[in-house]
Design a protein around this ligand. Sequence first.
Ligand SMILES: NC(=O)c1ccc[n+]([C@@H]2O[C@H](COP(=O)([O-])OP(=O)(O)OC[C@H]3O[C@@H](n4cnc5c(N)ncnc54)[C@H](OP(=O)(O)O)[C@@H]3O)[C@@H](O)[C@H]2O)c1
Length: 283
Amino acid sequence: MKRMLITGTSGFLGSRIIEFYRDRYEICAPSHRDMDITDQEQVWEVFHDFKPDMVIHSAAISDVGMCEREPERSGKINVDGSRNIAMASGEFHVKCLFCSSDQVYFGSQVQGPHREDEKVIPRNVYGREKALAEAECLRVNPECVLLRLSWMYDTRTLKEEEHGDFFRTLASRLRTTDILSYPVNDVRGITDVGEVVRNFENCTELEGGIYNFGSPNDRNTYETVSAMFEELGWDTARLKRDEESFGSAPRDISMDQKKLNACGIAFPSTLESLVENMHGLLF
Ligand SMILES: NC(=O)c1ccc[n+]([C@@H]2O[C@H](COP(=O)([O-])OP(=O)(O)OC[C@H]3O[C@@H](n4cnc5c(N)ncnc54)[C@H](OP(=O)(O)O)[C@@H]3O)[C@@H](O)[C@H]2O)c1
């Protein structure tokens, strides 16, 4: 059995990576306490003792607001911690997959869908940290595969305390009579986390570099939900356009998939997955 090291396994993505790969790989999933990624020595010891074939690095401060409030702490984890993982991967010749984010494109002067070779000038602390982490990972280990993930959701809740997501929030609001309001000034891929997790395995042969990694979507969030309603034959009367969110700075962080597709990896569109998942949940 091949050996997989996973960071961030108490989190939303990490817990699903373990669930999917635990029968097919020998897994090492150290907790934050067992391997603090900011502690270079601890990281080195885990690599040395476990001798992984690959690492999926998902640990981070992923809360955008927290990065704004505590940039020093988040920078240590998101940038320095990621550099430690990339460096150890280089030293031990381990394929490293790093979870970056589409938020690096927030602030870009270029129209979406965005390409990996675009110059990014991220508007928020989280996006800046992810962009810096990408650069640092590649500097210390050019074989690193840096995956720019979009907004992920699951149809299931794995742990009570885990943060909510687009799909489960929408599904629970559907059970009420509330008006459903979604932003018209935000264009972004929204991806089933199961697709992300499954596709990680296809990334081990990728050349080092940056890859957009998620479902394509060229609709704003309001249009996305409207299109889903229409596909499912539902009445769109309870949907409302939210003109305020991102009103002063419209956001389009949609990602171009050509580079990934050329490597034989493809995600279904956001709409396709949402319709299928919603159908599966309700019927
Ligand atoms: N969720 C999304 O929609 C999304 C979208 C784009 C990109 N991403 C990226 O995907 C990755 C996973 O996201 P997520 O939503 O699963 O995040 P999450 O739920 O917030 O989980 C983060 C994980 O990182 C761990 N961690 C934090 N600081 C650490 C440290 N110093 N040492 C070791 N572990 C540490 C946390 O452990 P403790 O809780 O024990 O501290 C937790 O297990 C992140 O890199 C995130 O930036 C996520």
